[in-house]
Write a protein that binds this ligand. Structure first.
Ligand SMILES: NC(=O)C1=CN([C@@H]2O[C@H](COP(=O)(O)OP(=O)(O)OC[C@H]3O[C@@H](n4cnc5c(N)ncnc54)[C@H](O)[C@@H]3O)[C@@H](O)[C@H]2O)[C@H](O)CC1
Ligand SMILES: [K+]
Length: 504
């Protein structure tokens, strides 16, 4: 699913109005119907409702919703904020339509002084102050109103966007002046900022309402941001030839584990095997040899000459992909071996965990990374790599720049892991759940992506399919086991079911 910017959404509105064709006011009516329907499904008509409408089209939506709810028998009080004395055309039309009906409990147009209504725990506030047209943080009277609503015990449903939240970049926003909604009913597509962890407290539960924006317009418009859909992944999946032998299914090399971190190597190796690779070899310190042989008998072990750390690069000529980093440690010797390994490796690489931490300590090496390398940092690892970011939006922008600059594929791991590609595009992964916030989850992802690379998936495909499968395995595991007790090992156990669900 494409995620458009506010400017693109505005253009797509115009395209729809011109080509469907449909009048702008009727498109608003269509949106309002969808919003009203969603509200009536969630709240019974004995719920007192207070609608706060702004001067733009978000306010226009709110006024139309107020009319529809009043007609459906709800008790509705409406406050329209018209401080500057100017309403958008469709907002003004909806004001006129609303004031024509008698069923509204009260309608107050605020032009100067505002006496706020009492908001009890029974009240539902419908927030239609500002939507995708906001261009600066809320201030003055609007910020007081937002604080008043946030401090009250009422429930809040936001139309399209919690008022005050920017649809893309909130780095310089004032967080105290953003509505904290319980539910956000957003039009056509989630907004970029909804995918960032720190904004969940503003959006609450999110529901996307289809308002039938021109599909032709959507197709024609290039989006930098996409949410991966199951059908995309199904198209990318490669089957297994009935004459396949292990030599055809990819030969993967994992360099992982240091003394005391053998578990990371085991998890990555098992995940690699479960992701369908033909053969996997694990280069690991001597101390892990027996542990590995016993835990993963299917793998070939290539012991390092050192007892406890990775100290010497391996020839990669025979391998189709390299996964490096899980539990590797960050000693000086390992760091030198890592960079030597990365320089001499010809096959596709995924570098994770300590491989990233080593690069973070030696940032000059980042420029020398082989083109096409996949890096899979979680937010803290990325901050170590590229400096502290104030929020997820800033971090994403930096990751995109780095991906373009060094020609890498960077997966910023999180609820919606974001794959930043060298061409500037970003793919967000929708699968996964909070149960996966557990040690070893990342090692499993590295193993899966390494397997897919070895099997011949191109970098972007390996990342997209890998992220999706990893999250789906977590979702199926959570369906059966619940989230609380989920471990990284469960992700490996449920990987076959994830594959099966996608292949069925
Ligand atoms: N395709 C769709 O998604 C549709 C969305 N609809 C709704 O339209 C709004 C966007 O409407 P727009 O008029 O462009 O913007 P807003 O209502 O969000 O606000 C614009 C209004 O506010 C002023 N303004 C901006 N920032 C501030 C600020 N910090 N303080 C005070 N005032 C501010 C600005 O100057 C304008 O006057 C979208 O969210 C949906 O709700 C359509 O109804 C259907 C299609
Ligand atoms: K809003």
């Amino acid at each position: 699913m494409k995620i458009f910017t506010s400017a693109q959404i505005h253009e797509l509105d115009k395209y729809t109005i011109e080509h469907e064709p449909i009048e702008s006011i009727d498109l608003m009516e269509r949106a309002a119907k969808a919003i009203t329907h969603a509200i009536t499904e969630m709240w019974h008509n004995d719920t007192p409702m207070v609608v706060f409408a702004g001067p733009g089209n978000n306010g226009g939506d709110a006024l139309a919703v107020a009319r529809m709810l009043a007609e459906a028998g709800y008790s509705i009080s409406v406050y329209l904020f018209n401080i500057s004395g100017h309403l958008s055309e469709d907002c003004a039309t909806n004001k006129a339509r609303l004031t024509e009906i008698k069923k509204i409990k009260e309608f107050i147009e605020v032009t100067q002084e505002f006496d706020p209504p009492q908001l009890t725990s029974e009240t539902l506030v419908i927030d239609g102050l500002f939507g995708s047209g906001i261009n600066k943080p809320l201030a003055g009277g609007f910020s007081s109103l937002v604080k008043y609503i946030n401090a009250s015990p009422c429930k809040v449903v936001s139309i399209d966007v919690p008022s005050g939240l920017m649809t893309e970049d909130n780095t310089y926003n004032v967080r105290a002046n953003i509505i904290r909604a319980d539910v956000t009913l957003t039009l056509q597509q989630p907004k970029l900022s909804f995918l960032f962890a720190e904004n969940q407290m503003f959006t609450g539960w999110q529901k996307v309402l289809d308002i039938r924006i021109s599909s032709e317009g959507i197709e024609k418009t290039d989006a930098h941001y996409n949410i991966v859909e199951e059908r995309d992944v199904r198209c990318m999946l490669r089957g297994r030839n009935s004459f396949a032998h292990k030599g055809m299914m990819g030969n993967a090399l994992l360099i992982a584990g240091s003394y005391g971190m053998g578990g990371a190597a085991i998890l990555a190796t098992k995940a690699c095997l479960r992701a369908g690779v033909g053969k996997v070899t694990v280069h690991t310190p001597k101390s892990n040899n027996i542990i590995m042989q016993i835990s993963v008998p299917e793998a070939v072990i290539l012991p390092d000459s050192e007892e406890t750390i990775f100290s010497e690069p391996t020839d990669t000529e025979d391998y189709d992909a390299l996964g490096i980093g899980p539990g590797l440690g960050t000693s000086e010797t390992t760091a030198i071996a890592l960079i030597a390994q990365l320089r001499r490796t010809q096959c596709p690489i995924v570098a994770d965990a300590d491989a990233i931490n080593i690069l973070a300590n030696r940032r000059a090496w980042i420029q020398q990374l082989p083109k096409g390398i996949i890096l899979t940092p979680h937010p803290k690892e990325f901050d170590r790599l590229d400096g502290h970011s104030t929020d997820s939006g800033e971090r994403l922008a930096k990751a995109c720049k780095m991906a373009e600059r060094i020609g890498a594929y960077i997966i910023l791991k999180g609820r919606y892991s974001a794959l930043c590609m060298p061409d500037g595009h970003v793919a967000f992964n929708p699968t996964g759940n909070a149960g996966m916030a557990t040690a070893g989850s990342g090692d499993v992802l590295t193993g899966i992506i390494t397997a897919l690379l070895a099997r011949g998936y191109k970098q972007a495909e390996a990342c997209i399919v890998g992220m999706y499968l990893h999250g789906l395995a977590g979702d199926i595991a959570a369906e059966e086991l619940g989230m609380e007790s989920l471990t990284a090992g469960d992700l490996i156990t449920y990987l076959p079911k994830a594959f099966k669900r996608l292949n069925d």
